[in-house]
Design a binder for this molecule. Structure first.
Ligand code: PEP
Ligand code: MN
Length: 681
């Protein structure tokens, strides 16, 4: 046996051991569930999860493993445990879930996305699927109603194409209950018989939805004719039967196995993150244990008088019931009357829900509970940035940023006489701090956040390498310029959209949201498709056409203070964005021009407490562009935290001296790590 073979054998052995350890761990976690049944406590204990994660990343680092890798791995393991515990507890309460198999009605044939969803649903209870293939959604409902199937699975919404109205409309008229939900990642692939080649294809078959979701990919192959089928499974079946090297189907990896097709190309969809949420229906409602999180779906109609929907929502608010979805559908028999479908995060039997339902009968014409079922959303437990600092004692509670109390409302300024409407940016318009939500991240709250990354995206490797380091030591967002505002037209201008692609991939693999500058009005909406936050650079602070355009997007904006701009002018610029609809603006102090030339600019730290009096918007400090020297970044970052900024944006580069822009001010990885330690430890 060669040396390589010996090593590989050792790896195989380790993988085998890892699996048996994981399986033992799962068994123990089910023992925990049994125990929890005796003392009815909620399954989820986030505090404990956080302390386990903290301890694990510290142990992992001692063994040479990265924190971001280990925390991601354990988030998955914990999610699996939580779902298994939920399923266990649910099974005790609902004996029919313990049967060895169940019949599920679904749209299409084997290998359709509905089929995959059905299989996955039953796998949670280790039940075997008996297939009941249906031609239409209405057939699915009928099959359950007439007892041909125990359950029906129906797609209700897709993250790219939205709600599936037909299914909502069918739910109006059925007596079936919703007993579960499931989201499935949709990963379209190009499948063909053995021997086919991408460049020789002439025809591709699929469902119209799938073809539409892959339009960008096929734009590159104009010679391929696209043909519609009833479902993706029908397309795969057809291609299998035709067995020709020039035809293919859009399907999924499981379909490739079922129909013995070769995967010619993976991930051909326009958007890489594409999920469909399914509901599971049954004749009999399910009992949901109070130990696991639940959802209810209601359908109701209100009168047509002004504010009748608001009355419904106010009742939910009064009982502190969170609404996760609201959908309206017309009532065909009664023109202009609407039915509302509402998902709420609550148990049907809970006291607040029962009270709310009772009150809702007073303000609705008709109300029906379509079902109460276990919620499948498991928010991963995130580690506090403090816990990611090497040598730090494991600390559970996040430290609030210095001066986290909301600033006092200022005295009215003379510019705003009480008769005039106060500006949207002012505390008079809105007293509470604006909090900006980007996925799991909140900016403007108690947590001091760090955005970090290179001045410019220079290559795929550079941005990936930086992203992982930013994440490893607790950074919250990845920065990087793709369109660069350079003083000299012959300097590096950025990689443009190519750079943005690299950055989006890097952000995805490190699980960090990304922020990038947009300079041209024409690019705004295109960049907003990929970037989580849009930056307006200092030189563009008063580019009013650009400000109006970003005001029309739904992405949060980081607005940098101009080199020679007063705070009033900065607020005036922010007002443009808010006035055009976008209320999610962060202000960034990045140093202003003064007579002092020893630093690149002069960091105006007093702007932070002052702005906090004048406005409700979050305030971010950019120490890098303020000082222009990497040695001065750390003390100014600490100062930013001390004066109560909500966060910082700093430049970090794998090899700052070789950087294509702002070489003197970018931190190297070691300095970044040190800074994070001093800020958060
Ligand atoms: C930047 O953040 O990359 C940048 C160009 O900053 P500023 O607009 O503050 O000069
Ligand atoms: Mn820069």
């Amino acid at each position: 046996m060669s040396e390589l073979d010996t090593i590989r054998q050792e790896i195989n052995q380790l993988d085998h051991e890892l699996l048996s350890i994981l399986s033992k761990r799962k068994q123990l976690s089910l023992d925990v569930a049994k125990n929890k049944l005796k003392v009815p406590k909620p399954v989820r204990d986030s505090e404990r999860e956080r302390s386990i994660l903290t301890s694990l990343v510290h142990q992992a680092r001692e063994q040479g493993l990265e924190a971001h890798y280990i925390s991601r791995l354990y988030q998955l393991i914990m999610e699996n445990s939580v779902l298994a515990q939920h399923a266990y507890i649910q099974n005790i309460q609902n004996p029919e879930l313990k049967l060895p198999s169940a019949t599920i009605a679904f749209l299409g044939d084997k290998g359709s996305y509905s089929h995959l969803a059905a299989r996955r649903h039953l796998a949670r209870n280790e039940q075997q699927l008996v297939e009941c293939c249906c031609r239409t959604f209405a057939d699915v409902i009928r099959a359950v109603e007439n007892g041909q199937a125990e359950y029906g699975i129906l797609p209700i919404e897709n993250t790219c194409s939205g709600s599936i109205n037909e299914v909502y409309d069918l739910m109006q008229h059925t007596q079936l209950s919703i007993i579960g939900e499931l989201s499935l990642p949709i990963e379209h692939c190009l499948l063909a018989p053995e021997g086919a080649e991408l460049n020789k294809l002439t025809t591709v078959y699929s469902h119209p939805q799938a073809i539409q979701q892959c339009s960008d990919f096929f734009a590159n192959y104009p010679q391929i004719r696209l043909e519609y089928c009833d479902s993706t499974s029908a397309a795969m079946q057809k291609v299998q039967e035709m067995n020709r090297p020039d035809v293919a189907a859009i399907g999924n990896a499981d379909g490739a196995d079922i129909y013995q097709l070769k995967n010619l190309h993976q991930q051909i969809a326009n958007h890489s993150e594409n999920y469909t949420r399914f509901i599971i229906t049954s004749r009999k409602p399910v009992e949901v244990s109070s130990q696991i999180p639940a959802k209810c779906t209601l359908v109701l109609s209100t009168g047509q008088k002004a504010g009748s929907l608001a009355e419904v929502l106010l009742i939910l608010r009064e009982h502190n019931i969170n609404m996760s979805k609201l959908e309206s559908r017309p009532v065909p028999t009664s023109p202009w009357e609407e039915l509302f479908y509402i998902d709420v995060e609550s148990h049907l039997q809970s006291e607040p829900m029962q009270q709310a339902l009772n009150e809702l009968t007073r303000v609705t014409r008709h109300i029906k509970v379509l079902g109460c079922y276990p919620s499948e959303t498991i928010q991963p437990t995130e580690l506090p940035t403090e816990a990611l600092q090497p040598q730090a004692e494991p600390k559970i509670a996040a430290q609030p940023a210095a001066e986290s109390k909301p600033a006092q409302a200022p005295a009215k300024t003379s510019a705003n006489k009480s008769t005039k409407k106060p500006p949207l940016v002012s505390r008079e318009h809105k007293a509470q701090d604006t909090r900006i939500q980007i996925g799991q991240l909140e900016i403007g709250g108690d947590q001091f956040i760090t955005m970090a990354g290179p001045c410019s995206v220079e290559s795929c490797e550079q941005i990936h390498e930086t992203a992982l380091i930013v994440k490893e030591f607790g950074g919250h967002m990845l920065r990087g310029g793709c369109f660069k505002p350079r003083t000299n037209p012959y300097s590096f201008q950025g990689l443009g959209y190519q750079g943005l692609d690299y950055m989006q991939q890097a952000g995805q693999s490190a699980r960090l949201p990304i922020i990038t500058e947009v300079m041209d009005r024409e690019d705004v909406h295109k960049v907003a498709l990929q970037a989580d936050v849009l930056q307006i650079g200092a030189r563009n602070m008063q580019n009013f056409a650009l400000l109006k355009e970003v005001g029309k997007t739904t992405r949060p904006i980081l607005l940098k203070r101009g080199l020679m701009s007063s705070l009033d002018e900065l607020l005036g610029a922010a007002e443009y964005i808010l006035a055009h609809g976008n209320q999610q603006v962060m202000l960034c102090e990045r140093g202003i021009r003064t007579f002092e030339t020893a630093t690149r600019n002069t960091l105006d730290l007093s702007a932070v407490p002052l702005l906090k009096q004048m406005t409700h918007l979050p305030i971010i400090i950019d120490p890098s562009h303020a000082v222009g020297k990497r040695d001065l970044v750390l003390p100014m970052a600490k100062a930013a935290k001390a004066v109560g900024a909500h966060g910082i944006i700093v430049e970090v580069h794998p090899d700052p001296d070789k950087a294509l822009s702002d070489a003197e001010q970018q931190l190297n990885f070691e300095q970044y790590q040190q800074m994070m330690g001093e800020l958060y430890r």
